[in-house]
Design a protein around this ligand. Structure first.
Ligand SMILES: [Zn+2]
Length: 482
């Protein structure tokens, strides 16, 4: 009994001390999440009021660095007065906005009275400079490139873009000890050859072709080793290392060369997180844990082994992978795997999108994975049929789609659909005018078809969304009009 009490006491003490600062920050995150930023497709004008708000807070210094080619302001927000300087910049690629959201979450943490010891420690040892949304013209159109049509990350040497000049200028003026280059990568990247998405990838970019390690790059590698330890707790086996080939025109590589220990953070994919809100939280955690490691200089006792142990990114993922389906062609049967991706088709001035899905790979896909997978052993591919009744656009709402799909109908011809309507909420393909269906399964084809068992539809794939036909309702994010 006494032994039991001692054990219990030990357990309580151990649990309390195990409440590390990162766990506390992770648990408290929702308090600081900036709710004005809800998804990836925001613009410069959405950030302006948030930055103006910081101008009225004495903890923050807001400096306008300049303007983009199209005249949108680019600002630097600074906090702290410590001897070590850290420069972070996000969204040099206009459609890579995950980290920008996290930076505003971090501002909210620093605005609050919470985590006082943590904040005071950082701000007394570090001076931290943030440049959110370096490429506001690209963000306006949700494109990688700027208004000049240039990839800013290939303009670090030639400096033709004003945005590139601003970043180079502020780097040189601050001569920052540490730099954070914040990007998004493909959601189809994996951690090595595993099935796990590379939700976060890190890199200490090379500063020359032989990928030498000097003190500057070495310190970035040491910090990443520590960041990885933290992120592994919240996204186990979902941290990768970005391609480390030297790119002489890129900013990360050059800033490393210019003497700032540079860390690349790439936000990738995560199951059921298309808008990257969980990944945004992992950015919040990555950056704060790195700042703590830099402030306390705990990286100095590290070697490179933890960095080296992080697997490189590979590209092994698709949105949907169907294994082992039976495909009939010219009277013979074949076994195929099919991989499908769901592409974002923009509307509403780049603020929104619908999905258009197509077949991206066919054949033996045993080395690949899907965010969603189905083993179709015993199931036969069929393209499905077109509904034999004329249906008007207004009548679509009254149809029983699961029933139609079970009867083998994957498409409906609707001739009065307005020409600007490209998608519907309905789980069925809409055909207009003279459009028709292909009999053969082929690369690039639209992903709407049936999987039959013993001659009867068992599953439907409608616009890349898998529908189990034993269920009562069919759900898709959207169907498309073709
Ligand atoms: Zn990028």
């Amino acid at each position: 009994m006494r032994f039991g009490i001692i054990l219990l006491t030990l357990l309580i003490v151990t649990t309390a001390s195990a409440q590390t600062i990162d766990k506390q920050l992770y648990d408290a995150y929702d308090i600081y999440k900036e709710h004005a930023l809800r998804n990836r497709r925001f613009k410069h004008k959405d950030l302006r009021p948030l930055i103006n708000f910081l101008k009225n807070n004495s903890r923050f210094k807001v400096e306008k660095l300049g303007e983009s080619i199209e005249g949108r302001s680019i600002n630097m927000i600074s906090i702290g007065n410590g001897p070590t300087s850290v420069l972070l910049w996000s969204q040099m690629h206009g459609n890579e906005s995950t980290a920008t959201m996290a930076l505003f979450d971090i501002f909210n943490l620093f605005k609050s009275e919470d985590f006082s010891d943590f904040r005071t420690n950082l701000l007394s040892k570090l001076t931290i400079h943030f440049v959110p949304m370096l490429n506001p013209d690209g963000a306006e159109r949700f494109t990688r490139r700027n208004a000049l049509g240039v990839d800013l990350n290939r303009d670090a040497e030639r400096l033709q873009s004003v945005e590139a000049k601003l970043l180079k200028g502020v780097r040189d003026r601050l001569d920052a000890d540490f730099g954070f280059n914040l990007h998004d990568q493909s959601r189809y990247y994996t951690v090595g050859y595993s099935k796990n998405p590379a939700t976060i990838s890190f890199l200490a970019p090379a500063y020359n072709y032989p990928k030498d390690i000097n003190k500057v790059r070495g310190n970035a590698m040491r910090v990443i080793g520590k960041m990885n330890e933290v992120i592994q707790k919240y996204a186990p086996n979902q941290v990768g290392k970005y391609d480390d080939a030297y790119e002489p025109r890129a900013f990360g590589d050059n800033i490393q060369k210019w003497g700032t220990s540079t860390i690349l953070i790439e936000s990738g994919g995560y199951q059921n997180d298309r808008e990257k809100q969980e990944i945004r939280k992992l950015n919040f955690m990555s950056i704060l844990s790195a700042l703590e490691v830099i402030a306390n200089k705990t990286y100095e006792s590290e070697d490179y082994s933890k960095y080296d142990a992080i697997p490189f990114n590979q590209r092994q993922l698709f949105d949907l992978k169907i294994r082992n389906l039976t495909y009939k062609l010219e009277g013979k049967e074949y076994r195929l795997d099919v991989a499908i991706n769901r592409f974002e088709m923009e509307y509403d001035n780049h603020r929104n999108y619908y999905f258009y899905s197509s077949v991206q790979e066919l054949g033996d896909l045993s080395i690949y994975y899907g965010f969603e997978e189905l083993d179709a052993k015993g199931l036969t591919y069929e393209r499905g049929g077109v509904y034999n009744k004329a249906v008007s656009y207004d009548d679509l709402d009254g149809l029983n789609f699961i029933d139609l799909l079970k009867r083998g109908i994957t498409h409906i011809r609707v001739n009065d659909i307005p020409s600007n309507v490209r998608f519907t909420k309905y789980p069925i393909g809409i055909l207009t005018g003279g459009s028709s269906l292909n009999d053969r399964l082929s690369m690039g084809q639209h992903a709407t078809f049936l999987l039959k068992k013993d001659g009867l539809p068992r599953y439907a794939v409608v616009n890349g969304f898998l529908i189990d036909l034993t269920k009562k309702i069919a759900q898709v994010k959207n169907g498309v009009v073709r």
